[in-house]
Design a protein around this ligand. Structure first.
Ligand SMILES: NC(=O)c1ccc[n+]([C@@H]2O[C@H](COP(=O)([O-])OP(=O)(O)OC[C@H]3O[C@@H](n4cnc5c(N)ncnc54)[C@H](O)[C@@H]3O)[C@@H](O)[C@H]2O)c1
Length: 482
């Protein structure tokens, strides 16, 4: 019989991991406390959208290895390894709320087997593993606590799960860390098996949203199949710190690109040419040098805030990360100023359609999406704003972000593109969904009030816009976007 593994928290990370584990041959019991989510999972449905996950979920359920429950006593008993993937959201002050994780550890400690291994997959501030160890130390079960951060990105989650770049396990017990690495390697082995004998699944991991810096998502041939992940068996604190530092660094790269973009726009340089040139330096690399509307989503904003909180709590200067955050917030004002320029100096009563609501294409996740934040800023400036998205519904996030200061006029959410753009004075590409990047701008132009567009992601070939008679702005003076 397969080893039994429990996964606590069946949200984005927990479901992706559970599915991969079950397909790789483990018996997996997912623990979820949200009754609505649990019901969907038990009925064989994924409660959120992630490219390719639906089919893999069906495959995993068909193995008979995967089930879900809210009952810790059933799920945890008999499991040698317990992965925790519960949410670790920001508190108002930017610090990380560990209540869910600590509650999960307390509950698990009651039912877990002696010498079980607890693996924190959630993103946590450094020092969390030590606190969790104290919870398990109150039992006599000698549970080893391991930190093995999750590095998947939404939109390419299953590819990242089966073909990870790195596998990290940090613990006081190198033996427990190695056992965790062995499980994650088994998932990687399954990815290689897809590449060898299940080409349809292998190819499906590479389709979907464009996620590379060049915008191309080519399927590597078998000879080019991704190399095995590098692995690190390290200390608990080091593993915890790698995850938050990595996300803070990536946010910093994006904000850096946005800072340089301002100089480009002012000086006549083309930011794409500049980023291509910088990215050729192997020490820097091209990835995440994306000028645009800035970073958002369920991870970067909270991880950067959490990192700043950690720095401050150790008395370490926070200026660098404060600046990264300020540049990101300022991108909204920058795009608003481009809108003002295109609309003759006045925003009041102008009809603006924001194209895209999710924080990036390929996901329905709208948490802290810059597209939604931009729509709200435009509505506050007196514009009549419509927001459209092929998949995500931003209504609840708009309500959450405007709860304290309601909008004078509501933002109209319209899924259908043609209806959404009807009569608009300005379009803003906020999320680079292929549907928008490749839209027929000549046809759309016929139903606009004015042919104005801001490409806030530098993705639409400007030649297409020129041919269709648009006045347009890009970020950082990008000239072609070919
Ligand atoms: N989403 C990503 O792209 C991503 C990537 C890497 C790391 N992470 C990290 O992984 C963690 C989870 O992220 P997510 O996006 O999957 O969050 P999520 O909100 O989608 O899922 C968390 C789930 O945990 C459940 N939960 C909360 N308390 C519980 C408990 N005591 N017992 C059982 N279930 C419980 C919630 O109901 C929810 O379904 C976070 O720390 C996040 O920062 C997320």
């Amino acid at each position: 019989m397969a080893d039994k593994i429990a996964v606590i928290g069946c949200g984005f990370v927990g479901v992706s991991l559970s599915v991969a584990l079950a397909i790789s041959g483990y018996e997996v019991l997912g623990v979820e406390v949200d009754a609505a989510k649990l019901k969907l999972l038990q009925n064989g449905q994924v409660p959120f959208f992630e490219h390719g996950l639906g089919d893999l979920f069906t495959k995993a359920m068909a193995t008979g290895n995967l089930s879900f429950s809210s009952d810790y006593s059933k799920a945890i008993a008999g499991a040698n390894i317990i992965f925790a993937a519960v949410g670790t959201p920001s508190r108002e002050d930017g610090s990380v709320n560990l209540d869910y994780l600590e509650a999960a550890a307390r509950e698990a400690s009651k039912y877990c087997e002696p010498e079980a291994i607890w693996v924190t997959r959630s993103t946590v501030p450094v020092g969390t593993g030590r606190k969790l160890s104290l919870i398990f130390a109150q039992t006599d079960k000698k549970v080893a606590v391991v930190s093995s951060p999750e590095f998947l990105a939404e939109g390419s989650a299953m590819r990242n799960t089966f073909f990870p770049d790195r596998i990290i396990a940090g613990s006081d017990s190198p033996e427990a860390a190695r056992k965790v690495i062995a499980v994650l390697r088994a998932i990687e082995d399954q990815g290689q098996r897809f590449a060898g004998d299940d080409l349809a699944t292998y190819a499906s991991l590479y389709s979907g949203a464009k996620t590379t810096s060049s915008g191309i998502n080519a399927i590597p041939t078998l000879a080019q199949a991704p190399a095995r992940a590098a692995e690190l068996v390290i200390g608990l604190e080091s593993a915890e710190l790698i995850k938050v530092s990595s996300n803070s660094f990536l946010a910093m790269k994006i904000s850096f690109a946005n800072m340089v973009a301002r100089v480009c726009a002012a000086s006549g340089a083309d930011v794409t040419e500049v980023m291509d040139g910088i990215g050729l330096d192997k020490r820097i690399g091209r990835d995440y040098l994306y000028p645009g509307l800035g970073w958002g989503g369920g991870c970067f904003p909270k991880d950067v805030a959490g990192f700043i909180d950690t720095l401050a709590s150790w008395g370490i200067e926070t200026e660098l990360m404060d600046g990264v955050r300020q540049i990101n917030a300022a991108q909204i004002d920058y795009v608003k100023s481009l809108a003002t320029q295109l609309l003759g100096g006045v925003l009041t009563d102008k009809k603006i359609t924001v194209l895209g609501a999710s924080f990036k294409p390929g996901t329905d996740d709208v948490r802290q999406s810059q597209s939604v934040i931009l729509a709200i800023a435009l509505a506050r400036a007196g514009c009549a704003v419509t927001i459209t998205d092929p998949l995500a519904d931003p209504t609840a996030e708009i309500a959450r972000l405007t709860a304290e200061m309601p909008l004078a006029a509501p933002i109209n959410f319209q899924k259908d593109l043609e209806t959404a753009v009807q009569g608009a004075d300005l379009l803003i590409l906020a999320t680079e969904w292929p549907e928008y990047v490749n839209a027929d701008f000549a046809k759309i132009g016929a139903i606009l009030s004015q042919k104005n567009i801001i490409d806030a992601r530098n993705k639409i070939p400007t030649g297409k816009l020129e041919a269709a008679g648009y006045k347009y702005k890009t970020i950082g003076g990008a000239k072609s976007n070919e």
